[in-house]
Design a protein around this ligand. Structure first.
Ligand code: ADP
Ligand code: MG
Length: 285
């Protein structure tokens, strides 16, 4: 039998060293007769080099949420390459205000949210009118809960807004959102299908990857199936993690992450990575 020609796939990441993800991607690719070309945006970002390496890649997978990776994703896209998921996702769907607006427009249940003015006195008036205490304040862009805080009153809210602006290198817009006391429910999607669920619980109210330590699975009910279907269709996002909260037994979508973690359950990491590679392969054809 003639040996089949290898499919070449680009893999973008941003690390000082290869992590378990990279090793599993490499190992699985090998088994699947895929040549995985690594692009470490923390190290090699020489334009000529990228062009040369990218030449034979049929498709790229971006496994990093770092700014540098995003710039390389855009570079590749401008060179006419296809990257999963596209850089547009980062600018629109991961912008927490854009996400809210799109959910609202497509009747996807989400949390009540407003965009705050950049002027503190106006923002205070808006918060008074919003009148939902405690209120959650967030920068439109942020990860790992670094720009997410909770205020019990106007005075605290002002302090938090000022803190966000001091902490970041730039003054990004801030949203105010109703507070919903709930664990965080993660649904991992690969090619439109739910491939994993995980309840993120933590001692404090913020249950992000770093704060939450213990993960359990949960059952997907028909309502959740409907919601995730609507999300993947509306946002046309192929590989993602959707975070939801529950309010009085009803699902509310909190956010969507285009570079989901595969390590909620160590024993399933390999399986998920294989699914991503299979999807990329199908995508080429
Ligand atoms: N409106 C809210 N009500 C209750 N908990 C919230 C709310 N918004 C965020 N959280 C908690 O904070 C965590 C981080 O918020 P999130 O919006 O996901 O920001 P990030 O993008 O930084 O992860 C969430 O996983 C959730 O546990
Ligand atoms: Mg989050």
């Amino acid at each position: 039998m003639q040996k089949m020609k290898k499919i070449v796939i680009g893999y973008i990441f941003n690390e000082n060293n290869l992590t378990k993800d990279e090793r599993l991607f490499l190992e699985t690719a090998e088994k699947e007769n895929i040549e995985l070309v690594l692009f470490n945006t923390a190290k090699d970002i020489d334009e000529e080099d990228i062009k040369k390496k990218a030449k034979n890649c049929r498709i790229f997978y971006n496994n990093s949420a770092e700014e540098f990776s995003l710039e390389i994703v855009k570079t590749l896209e401008t060179l006419g390459k296809k990257v999963v998921d596209s850089s547009r996702k980062n600018y629109y769907d991961e912008d927490k205000w854009m996400f809210f607006l799109k959910c609202e427009r497509h009747k996807i249940p989400t949390l009540r949210t407003i965009l705050l003015s950049e002027t503190i006195p106006t923002a205070k008036k808006e918060l008074e009118k919003f009148n939902s205490w405690p209120v959650v304040l967030k920068r439109v862009i942020g990860t790992m809960g670094q720009y997410v805080d909770k205020a019990e009153n106007i005075k605290q809210a002002e302090k938090i807004i000022r803190k966000f602006w001091k902490k970041g290198s730039e003054r990004l817009p801030i949203i105010a959102q109703e507070f919903v006391k709930s664990p965080s429910y993660r649904v991992t999607i690969i090619d439109g299908k739910i491939v994993q669920t995980a309840i993120k619980k933590s001692k404090g109210w913020k249950a992000t990857g770093v704060y939450a330590k213990h993960f359990k699975k949960f059952k997907v009910d028909t309502e959740l199936k409907k919601i995730t279907k609507k999300i993947t269709k509306t946002f046309n996002i192929k590989v993602c993690g959707i975070d939801l909260l529950k309010k009085k037994g009803k699902w509310l979508v909190l956010e969507i992450n285009s570079t989901p973690a595969f390590d909620f359950f160590v024993q399933e990491r390999k399986k998920l990575i294989k699914k991503v590679l299979d999807f990329l392969k199908r995508r080429i054809k």
